[in-house]
Design a protein around this ligand. Structure first.
Ligand code: SAM
Ligand code: SF4
Length: 402
């Protein structure tokens, strides 16, 4: 063996480390002639691999440099001071809703903004156009309940004409979905999230304080029938309310192309949030693993807020939205516009700027971009943590648009 690679020399130690990571199947320490020869072979193998690794690293750094120099630049207005590119916009179409979910709406309801102060369809489209021009490629319509807005189909159709917009999604409680989906699909709707927190009809009425379970189920089946895949089902998990249904929800994914998304219960004004009612992702995962130890983690996009799993052999999948126990602020690419026209750069931050007022005051495109850019630039690195959020003044979820 080359004396420079003797046991104990720094190079030997490095080689052992490399061997361990690159040739884990080969023996590590010599104790006989045969083993010496095997170690020698291992060293040669390792040196060869190390050279390959160095070459690969050099190539990677050359490619990074190339991408830095040649990548299409992303809008400076939509890039925050931590380098996050905001390419995903959520627009709330209404503050109204045909349900009264306990975790979203205070029992006494919310004071609604006068109609004249809500964004008109033209204003929504003007803003959407501006954001898409700057690089937003995904818009989600939300609310309140977006499918009670009378011109929702027309809004989707108009958005569909925007060049550069790749995804138009909607988050809905599903009540009006079966009726509207064929038209929405024709208009260009490409993604659907349907909220459903229980599979027990009587419990549904208790949670959402209204009837409608069967309509939601009908909406889910219509979405599957029309080929949406996966159909995302949003389930807010609350202790004492529906955490006993996790297994039933996952069982649904055996035969249906659903992505059941278990959402950690988040604090908003008036929703009586309490840490004891929140079921963390880890706890949910433990419960599921007891039933399906073979649950496998699936890869996800960098900006995804979901941790996704699948029971091997099942058609659908399940995800966790861990906003509380493991926030995903580091890769956040979302901006929100409320129904009354405020830009909100963080779901859990109370800083807002009225785009509506500037629009109505006749601001030019450049001026609007300046205002948007300044708000995005002020976006914090991460939210303040669940306990601070629960103490903070924010809007109720229904007035933000989830
Ligand atoms: C505010 S809703 C608006 C869209 C539509 N009405 C719906 O229910 O799907 C958007 C999403 O936020 C979720 N949500 C509302 N309040 C929440 C809370 N306190 N914690 C976690 N998710 C919440 C709802 O379950 C829903 O999936
Ligand atoms: S979660 Fe959706 S359906 Fe439920 S009250 Fe809020 S806006 Fe309405």
């Amino acid at each position: 063996m080359d004396r420079r690679h003797r046991k104990g020399s720094p190079k030997f130690t490095v080689l052992l480390g490399l061997q361990f990571s690159l040739a884990p199947g080969l023996p590590l320490l010599p104790s006989s002639g045969l083993q010496n020869r095997r170690l020698e072979a291992a060293c040669l193998y390792t040196v060869g691999r190390a050279q390959n690794v160095l070459e690969a690293l050099k190539e990677l750094s050359r490619r990074r440099q190339f991408l830095r120099e040649h990548a299409a630049p992303f809008s400076a207005f939509l890039t925050d001071s931590f380098g996050r590119h905001h390419s995903y916009l959520r627009i709330s179409l209404t503050e109204k809703c045909n349900l009264r979910c306990q975790y979203c709406m205070p029992e006494e309801g919310v004071p609604l903004t006068p109609k004249a102060d809500l964004l008109t369809t033209e204003e929504i489209l003007t803003l959407a156009r501006l954001f898409v021009k700057e690089g937003v490629d995904k818009i989600r319509l939300t609310g309140g309940e977006p499918l009670i807005r009378p011109d929702v189909v027309d809004i989707v159709a108009q958005l569909h004409r925007l060049e550069g917009l790749r995804t138009i999604g909607v988050t809905t409680n599903g009540i009006n979905l079966a009726r509207l989906l064929p038209q929405l699909q024709k208009a260009g709707l490409s993604a659907i999230n349907i909220s459903l927190d229980t599979l027990v009809p009587a419990k549904f009425e208790f949670i959402v304080r209204r009837k409608g379970f069967h309509k939601v189920m009908e909406g889910i089946h219509k979405a599957i029938e029309l080929g949406y895949s996966p159909v995302k089902v949003n389930c807010v998990v609350m202790r004492g309310l529906n955490e006993d249904e996790l297994l039933d929800f996952v069982a649904l994914t055996e035969g249906l192309p659903l992505d059941v998304r278990f959402i950690e219960y988040m604090p908003f004004d008036g929703n009586k949030w309490n840490v004891k009612k929140m079921v963390s992702y880890k706890e949910m995962l433990d419960t599921l693993r007891q039933q399906w130890p073979e649950l496998e983690k699936l890869p996800e996009e960098e900006s995804s807020t979901a941790k996704t799993f699948r029971v091997p052999g099942f058609r659908g999948q399940l995800s966790f939205i861990t906003s509380m126990s493991e926030h995903f602020c580091g890769t956040c690419n979302r901006l929100r516009i409320t129904a009354d026209g405020n830009l909100k750069v963080c779901l859990f931050g109370n800083s807002e700027v009225s785009l509506r007022d500037h629009l109505r005051a006749g601001a030019s495109e450049e001026e609007l971009l300046g205002i948007i850019g300044a708000a995005v630039g002020r976006k914090k690195r991460q939210h303040a943590g669940m306990f601070s959020i629960s103490q903070m003044k924010n809007r109720p979820m229904i007035l933000i648009g989830g």
